[in-house]
Design a protein. Structure first.
Length: 420
């Protein structure tokens, strides 16, 4: 049984999964440590930094990883090297960081006042964490594209291990500075990249020059998709902070609840890292039957993840966030049911998006996620209780994307089947 399940997964899933397991545990330890040592107000600051780093880090730099992995995997199938693609990834990531730094420098004071109760140190920690995200995703794109999933997993494991170690060290030292807990998001990624620098450089062999327009052609649309997708899944904490600034208890509790409800996403990330390169390689070899099998297996796996991860969250979620994260007692089982269902639908949208990307349908995916974001905004800004609006917006935005992408891929498959 276990062997059949292992064979059903894309190559590299197990290796990446090990590292992601450590990184996933690290997220819980990090938030739990901060929750037990910081005041509710300071914890809300760390919650907002964490949410923004996840949203912008994934939204802006995960596309660099995915596009780099897709191009490198296609090159590897033809015997071409990854070096020129890696250089483009570094250049583009640096340009994105430059724009971010300008925005943070110009808007430091108003951003600090709106999001961190005037604490400028949190703006600095946000900038550092985004640099760490840029470096790690560029490196992971090369490793994933070349099939170096052992090194990929090691990088994830080192990142997670440092987050756990630093968090526990701060707890033992009774550190009560929100800045210290926020800086963990900067230190751990940098060290993880240094730890895997040798295999990353070894994977960057010489190859055909990679033109910047060719690299950016899909990246711009992919960035729109990723930013919208990460906003859908992470904006809830920031939305509550902006719509109900005085409700710091809900801000802190919602982050803990979202982390718990999104346990399946951490597991799914192991599949996602190898899914796009796998689909792209199959298409490059002309194996459309294998492509469809892999995509359907991925849909089945994430559905199972959503169900088996959601049931415990609904049953024990309110108790778990109080005990493990020291979260305020403001959420109920019904809140976890909504968030868990949103996670299931969101993962289905991500899998179907990988299918669209492998077919070079970047534009279709970008438009679909943009529509999902509009739906999320409409529900969030509608009438009713802020908590329920934020939770319902997560479900609605994800569901719109999943349904549209499913229809798109079905129509593409039908058209290809009927073609002579």
């Amino acid at each position: 049984m276990l062997q059949r399940l292992t064979r059903a997964l894309p190559t590299g899933t197990i290796a990446v999964g090990g590292g992601l397991a450590v990184l996933g545990v690290a997220s819980y330890v990090h938030i739990a440590a901060a929750g037990h040592r910081l005041s509710t107000l300071d914890m809300s600051k760390v919650s907002v930094v964490w949410s923004i780093v996840i949203s912008l880090g994934f939204g802006l730099f995960l596309p660099v990883e995915q596009e780099t992995a897709r191009i490198v995997a296609a090159r590897a199938a033809g015997g071409d090297g990854a070096g020129p693609v890696a250089r483009r990834a570094v250049t583009v990531s640096g340009a994105i960081l430059g724009v971010i730094f300008v925005v943070l420098a110009v808007g430091a004071r108003p951003l600090a006042d709106a999001l961190f109760d005037g604490d400028l140190g949190m703006i600095a920690s946000l900038a550092g964490a985004l640099v760490g995200a840029a470096v790690t995703y560029a490196a992971r794109g090369v490793l994933a594209g070349r099939g170096q999933f052992a090194a990929y997993g090691v990088q994830l494991g080192v990142d997670g291990g440092l987050r756990i170690g630093l968090s526990l060290a701060f707890v033992l030292a009774d550190v009560r500075s929100p800045l210290a807990y926020a800086l963990i998001l900067t230190i751990a990624p940098f060290v993880s990249v240094l730890a895997t620098l040798r295999p990353t450089l070894r994977a960057c062999g010489p190859g055909t020059p990679q033109g910047l327009p060719g690299y950016l052609r899909g990246l711009g649309l992919l960035t729109v998709s990723a930013l919208a997708a990460q906003t859908v899944v992470n904006v809830g904490v920031v939305s509550v902070k902006l719509l109900s600034p005085g409700d710091v208890s809900l801000v802190a509790a919602l982050l803990s609840a979202l982390i718990l409800a999104r346990v399946p996403i951490f597991v799914f990330a192991a599949l996602q890292a190898s899914l796009l390169p796998g689909l792209s390689s199959l298409l490059a070899r002309g194996d459309t039957a294998g492509y469809h099998r892999l995509l359907l297996r991925a849909v089945g796996i994430v559905t199972a993840l959503g169900v088996f991860g959601g049931v415990p969250a609904v049953l024990a979620g309110p108790w778990a966030i109080r005990v493990f994260f020291n979260a305020p007692d403001v959420l109920r089982a019904s809140d976890f049911a909504i968030l868990s269902f949103g996670t299931l639908v969101y993962m289905l949208a991500l899998v179907l998006g990988q299918g669209a990307l492998s077919l070079h349908r970047h534009r279709d995916q970008a438009l679909t996620w943009a529509l999902g974001l509009l739906v999320l905004a409409g529900v969030t800004l509608g009438p009713g209780d802020v908590r329920l609006r934020v939770e319902a917006a997560y479900v609605a935005g994800s569901a719109v994307v999943a349904v549209i992408l499913a229809v798109l891929l079905w129509r593409i498959r039908t058209a290809r089947t009927m073609a002579p």
